[in-house]
Design a protein around this ligand. Structure first.
Ligand code: SF4
Length: 372
């Protein structure tokens, strides 16, 4: 297919030296765990700084449990990228601290250009974002001018600025169904597994970019089947960024929010979860009487680039939040013109999902809105 690119990632894990592969060995700068006393001191300092600076802490489900708990305790939010985007826009705080990856900070800034947006580490990125450079993506779009351009939240501001719609895994199916009902053909980027899943579920005419999430791409179907045999009563919950043979084994497929909802709703006692292990904290907190097992990434054909935990999410730590709030370091800036253009597809998604929530069914898409 024209315009598609493959991205290789280096993995300097010390397997040859006999060490077990873990996110700590991945190429991102994963900070060391603080001592118990240091952790308590850092948390207290963050509480003070958030109040002093009228700041709100937003944490993604995949970051360290300490950050998730602190966000909730201080009146901030733990959520997926869709809810983080909405919360940051609507919150009266003057400063938003985004514990997640770069595109989440950019989205917060795009939706709240008047607020200061800080991150613990600006180098926390995402393989999907890295694998979809704006210029190459624009050339891909130019080759297919008849298609409505949908991009995943996990993209740079510049890629969003080239899109008609931004979606998250929580609303992608609804948006594509509504567009397909209007006879639109879709150009999708960057996650190929999520693109395939959307195509299968909606029947959309969907042309996909060839990106992948280094975490979800590594779940292994054969090993998952073996694990299911060991836990015959367990239900399998899978994020749609996973390979199709893993999705085929799922009892429920969906975004992090959908996985949380399925775990609460289903009456099983055991669940095997194919998404970043960061979500296990919330799953276990909300369902103390249920058991959650991480889906396997090791085994036949495994490269163990992530070991089911995103190395860039793991760059977020308490010390980074303190540093950002004390010094103003790691402020997110988005070019004003790019931000203005990127706000259009994000706002379209937020309006669509708000209408969906209010009406209970997918709203129609106004003719001419979101046209390629
Ligand atoms: S878990 Fe995957 S999709 Fe999420 S930030 Fe990490 S690399 Fe990107």
């Amino acid at each position: 297919m024209d315009g598609l690119v493959s991205i290789d990632f280096e993995q300097p894990a010390p397997r040859a030296a006999g060490g077990a592969c873990s996110t700590r060995h991945a190429w991102a700068r994963v900070p060391p765990e603080p001592s118990r006393a240091e952790r308590a001191r850092l948390k207290e300092r963050i509480r003070e700084l958030l109040v002093q600076q009228q700041a709100a802490l937003m944490a993604h489900y995949y970051v360290h449990p300490d950050l998730q708990d602190l966000a909730e305790e201080t009146g901030g939010l733990v959520a997926d990228s869709l809810e983080m985007a909405r919360f940051g826009r609507d919150h009266p705080a003057r400063t938003l601290v985004v514990a997640g990856v770069r595109f989440m900070g950019e989205t917060a800034k795009i939706l709240s250009p008047g607020k200061r947006v800080l991150m613990p580490d600006l180098d926390a990125t995402c393989s999907l974002d890295l694998g979809c450079p704006a210029e190459e993506f624009a050339a891909f779009c130019d080759q297919h001018p008849d298609r409505t351009v949908l991009v995943y939240a996990n993209t740079s501001a510049a890629v969003k600025a080239r899109a008609d719609w931004m979606v998250t895994s929580g609303c992608a199916l609804d948006v594509v169904r509504a567009l397909t009902a209007q006879g639109r053909k879709i150009l999708w980027a960057p996650d190929r597994h999520l693109g395939d899943y959307i195509r299968r579920e909606t029947g959309a005419d969907l042309l996909s970019w060839d990106g992948a999430c280094i975490v979800h791409d590594e779940f292994k179907a054969l090993e998952l089947e073996l694990l299911k045999e060991e836990h015959p009563g367990a239900r399998v919950l899978v994020h749609p960024e996973s390979p199709p043979d893993v999705i085929a084994l799922a009892d429920a497929v969906g975004s992090t929010a959908a996985i949380l909802s399925a775990a609460a709703r289903m009456d099983a006692r055991e669940f095997i979860v194919a998404t970043d292990t960061g979500l296990l904290h919330k799953l276990r907190t909300l369902n103390p009487d249920k058991t959650f097992i991480a889906a396997p990434t090791a085994g036949n054909g495994a490269t163990c680039k992530s070991c089911a935990h995103c190395p860039w999410m793991a760059m977020n730590d308490l010390a980074g939040i303190v540093r950002a709030l004390e010094t103003g370091a790691n402020e997110v800036h988005v070019d004003a013109a790019v931000g203005e253009r990127a706000r259009v597809p994000i706002a379209r998604m937020l309006d669509f999902t708000a209408a969906l929530k209010a009406g209970g069914t997918a709203p129609g898409i106004t003719a001419g809105i979101g046209a390629a």
